[in-house]
Design a protein around this ligand. Structure first.
Ligand code: PLP
Length: 388
């Protein structure tokens, strides 16, 4: 079999769609106006930005005036958490999150902890699920925010977001969710799921990098974290990245329109892939077997080292990730794998393989074919080391 190029790291980023690039092109060339300018160039850009705002709002059941464009998921996460903390600190200084959040959320929370806020990091079960009972017990009179991710970027586990939203609403606490991995893969509706704040990022659903959104329900109290002008209703000042915004609007429209067919195909391929991986032997699936992202496969390959697996797969043309992209390069096993109770040595042998809308069965077959001898070789080395 000829060497293929197989990209199985869609959880880290996705390629820009042709249709999205085509939509962006005019705003990278002739239509370069500043949306704040009142002349025709500016008005043209303004119209494009507002069209995209409507497209994003429609995709999640929001109104356009609840959409704030940001530079990506990380900034949106920070704006939500830091912004609520600054707006409501006189009412209370307690925030609840989970042990498996993305670093954008965890680090924002930790910085607040240093400023005197008190944080509760809810544990998760062995599948990565937050227990609603734990959440209910953790809410105190001084709790101002619950921030729990929609779906985990490493192990793919999807939380009971509607259940969490219902509890938060009934207890009068804001609910923020990092939905970066959910858009285009899961039903997201801020009304039905009682979501007050939500983050997303275009490059995770075939849009450009460097553009994201914070959804803020009308009336939710939020203070800006950067200052400088009137853009985005003063919540996110700075000249808009017009081409990126236009691309994001187009990308989310396509992602939602195609979600049913694309996710059905990915689910089937994912399960086929998992079955093939388990056949290798000494392999365990991480995350929830059903309640997981349609594109996410995360396995621990016992007695093999994750980084070595990655490098060997890369030499065969297969792009994957160990743990999470953000923790690759560091020797600490990921906080997510530790939170679901994996032992260090098992966590070290974990691989994340995330499919895309265009992944084919041949890609999976090729990956399984090249992975088997790699695992056997690495295990032989591990075995030697153990015996010595
Ligand atoms: C990728 C990702 C982010 C960060 O988004 P950027 O746009 O890359 O800053 C945040 N949260 C989750 C769950 C992600 O997967």
């Amino acid at each position: 079999m000829a060497k293929r190029k197989v990209y199985l790291d869609h959880g880290a980023t996705t390629p820009l769609r042709k249709e999205v690039l085509d939509e962006m092109m005019p705003y990278l060339t002739n239509s370069f106006g500043n949306p704040s300018s009142i002349h025709s160039f500016g008005r043209e850009a303004r119209v494009a930005v507002e069209k995209a705002r409507q497209q994003v709002a429609d995709a999640i059941g929001a109104s356009p005036n609840e959409i704030i464009f940001t530079s990506g998921g990380t900034e949106a996460d920070n704006m939500a958490i830091q912004g609520v903390a600054r707006a409501l600190s006189s009412r209370g200084k307690h925030i609840i999150t989970s042990a498996i959040e993305h670093h954008a959320v965890l680090d924002a929370c930790q910085s607040l902890e240093k400023e005197g806020f008190s944080l509760t990091y809810l544990p998760v079960d062995k599948y990565g699920l937050v227990q609603l009972k734990d959440l209910e017990k953790a809410i105190r009179p001084e709790t101002i925010l619950v921030t729990i991710m929609f779906a985990n970027n490493e192990i793919g586990t999807v939380q009971d977001v509607a259940g969490i939203g219902k509890i938060c609403r009934s207890r009068g606490v804001y609910f923020n969710t990092d939905a970066v991995q959910a858009i285009g893969q899961l039903d997201v509706n801020v009304q039905e799921q009682n979501i007050d704040l939500l983050s997303m990022s275009a490059h995770k659903f075939y849009g450009p990098k460097g553009i994201g959104v914070l959804y803020k329900r009308q009336g939710v109290k939020l203070k800006p974290i950067i200052f400088g002008g009137g853009q985005e209703r003063k919540f996110r000042p700075g000249t808009e990245y017009v081409a990126g915004i236009v691309g994001m609007g187009k990308a989310i429209e396509l992602a939602v329109a195609e979600m049913e067919t694309k996710t059905a195909k990915m689910r089937e391929l994912r399960d086929y892939f998992v079955a093939g991986l388990l056949e290798i032997g000494g392999v365990t699936l991480n995350g929830h077997p059903q309640q997981r992202l349609p594109n996410n496969v995360n396995v621990s390959i016992h007695n093999a080292e994750g980084e070595a697996l990655l490098l060997n797969l890369d030499m065969e043309g297969v792009a994957a990730s160990s743990g999470s992209a953000c923790t690759s390069g560091s020797l600490e096993p990921s906080h997510v794998l530790r939170a679901i109770g994996l032992k260090h040595e098992v966590a070290h042998g974990s691989l994340r393989l995330t499919l895309g809308k265009d992944t084919e069965r041949e890609d999976i077959d090729y990956t399984l074919k090249v992975l088997k001898p790699i695992v056997a070789r690495l295990r032989k080395i591990t075995g030697t080391l153990v015996r010595e």
